[in-house]
Design a protein. Structure first.
Length: 256
């Protein structure tokens, strides 16, 4: 009996340690109510479409670029996987090209980072069709390094839109200064990746919800409700269940 109780206590202690280690860095859902003063910062952004087999991803990059520019963000690095779209203001999306752009320090005071990635997703990463050097995949460790080197300790938001994109929430990417939003759980697909759609369901809900949301916490809640409504209306199952991680330094971060 004594041995059994000791095992139980040890298990509870280990569970408590694991919970504490996670909650010190980030909460998996945003706070229900604002905590502390609204955090407003200056921004720079990187937006990327990882696949050009259908137009929904580049459509989303274009829409995000317009929205961020209207919000006053002047530094927006844009990436595509469509060679016909490459030009002075749009580069081919690879892990190395995006990391280099994000690491290029803009003039002036440090600016917060916003990274928006949209593509097909798999259980091991997000598709970057032209990134042959990295097996056409951006994995969580690579994104974590990119954010570490390019954004450092400034407030940072990474929005990853694709099937199984919940894999991008975890030890490789989470930090106290980061918010991560994903289109699906790590074991779920997302919907709307077809030639008949203008945007994926998640991206469409993102663009609908952005003008009505004051903070990223409010944005996540609005996107989550919007996606569930779309999936219910169209009979999609199982639900994609968009995910979120909020670092404790940015729980009440305002949208640009």
């Amino acid at each position: 009996m004594t041995r059994r109780w000791m095992s139980l206590l040890l298990g509870l202690a280990l569970s408590a340690c694991a919970h504490s280690a996670t909650s010190d860095t980030a909460a998996r859902i945003p706070p229900a109510q604002p905590t502390g003063p609204l955090q407003k910062v200056q921004w720079r952004a990187l937006v990327a479409a990882g696949d050009d087999s259908i137009s929904v991803f580049d459509n989303a990059v274009d829409a995000m670029t317009r929205m961020l520019a209207a919000d006053g963000i002047s530094r927006i690095d844009r990436f595509t996987s469509d060679p016909s779209l490459v030009g002075k203001n749009r580069m081919i999306a690879t892990e190395d090209s995006m990391a280099a752009a994000l690491a290029a320090v803009p003039p002036g005071p440090p600016k917060a980072c916003l990274v928006f990635l949209t593509s097909h997703g798999a259980r091991d990463g997000l598709l970057l069709r032209d990134d042959l050097d990295h097996d056409r995949r951006l994995d969580p460790s690579a994104l974590g390094r990119m954010l570490d080197q390019g954004c450092g300790s400034v407030p940072t938001v990474a929005i990853v839109s694709g099937c199984y994109s919940g894999i991008f929430i975890g030890r490789a990417t989470e930090a106290p200064n980061r918010i991560i939003l994903t289109a699906a759980r790590d074991d779920r697909t997302s919907f709307g990746c077809s030639a008949e759609e203008r945007f994926t369901y998640f991206d469409d809900c993102l663009f609908q919800s952005w003008p009505k949301s004051g903070t990223f916490a409010a944005l996540y809640r609005a996107i989550d409700a919007c996606v569930r409504t779309k999936e219910n209306e169209l009979g999609m199952s199982p639900h994609s269940e968009p995910q979120a991680s909020f670092g404790n330094q940015v729980a009440n971060l305002a949208l640009p």
